[in-house]
Design a protein around this ligand. Structure first.
Ligand code: C5P
Length: 242
């Protein structure tokens, strides 16, 4: 029986005010939020502190990719902010990944869990070739995932299409986070490969990142609750308020 995954709401907003309005509309127990490049560039660490001070967990999706020393220092800054999840690019290489993992470990159990991004889902086989990668997309994803996990990274961000293969290859331990989630019968937006929450769970996801199906809904709180109910029903779990 698959486990009940956790929902992470992607706060893809240009201002803190809009993001906080969305947070306030969420059911009380939904309290894991992703801050990405748009909001972080606009509102920075002070917005992150507001979320953490309210008792929420924070997934800082900065997709770090730089020399090892710089990335390690950024990981330490994220740890001081109280970030729970932080993304790094696996293609930054072994030394960068190890430096990031060591910096996260300095904070002990409270430190951020590092998640590796392998191949951006916006890249296809042709785009990979233009940056000099001859391997197939799926081989490259597994290669980079292996490098990241060997280097001490705690988990992976992957599309649902990749998730089952990664779970099969690396077993139950790595944290698996899947974006591109759409409730059955909803708009895909600009996501090319979407999947329903149930597809993601069957593929082995531990956390589902959901943005627009919640944030752009006429009633975001209701959209979040419906998604949660859809998942519990699909897993044949008894109804439980969010
Ligand atoms: O609005 P939507 O549900 O498509 O948002 C998905 C979120 O997950 C966005 O913040 C996007 O940047 C992020 N993401 C993604 N695909 C990836 C990695 C991250 O959609 N491969």
């Amino acid at each position: 029986m698959p486990r009940m995954p956790e929902l992470i709401v992607a706060l893809d907003f240009p201002t803190a005010a809009e993001a906080l309005r969305c947070v306030q509309a969420m059911p009380e127990n939904l309290s894991f939020y992703k801050v990405g490049l748009e909001l972080f560039t606009a509102e920075g660490p002070s917005f992150c502190r507001v979320l953490v001070d309210k008792g929420h967990r924070l997934f800082l999706d900065l997709k770090l990719h730089d020399i090892p020393n710089t990335v390690a220092r950024a990981v330490r800054s994220a740890a001081r902010l109280g970030v729970s999840f932080l993304t790094v690019h696996a293609s930054g290489g072994r030394e960068m990944l190890r430096a990031a993992a060591e910096a996260a470990a300095e904070a002990g159990g409270q430190g951020p869990k590092l998640l590796a991004v392998t191949v951006l889902t916006s890249l296809d086989a042709e785009a990979l070739e233009t940056i000099g990668i001859a391997r197939s997309l799926s081989e490259q994803v597994v290669r980079l995932a292996e490098l990241a996990l060997e280097s001490g990274v705690h988990g992976l961000v992957a599309s649902v299409a990749e998730a089952a293969a990664l779970r099969a290859e690396f077993g139950p331990d790595p944290i698996l986070v899947t974006p591109g989630i759409r409730p059955a019968g909803s708009e895909a937006g600009d996501q090319k490969r979407t999947a329903t929450p149930v597809d993601a769970i069957r593929a082995g996801a531990d956390y589902l990142v959901v943005g627009r199906p919640i944030t752009a809904a006429p009633d975001p709180g209701l959209a979040a609750t419906s998604l949660y109910t859809e998942i519990r029903r699909a897993l044949a779990l008894p109804a439980q308020p969010l």
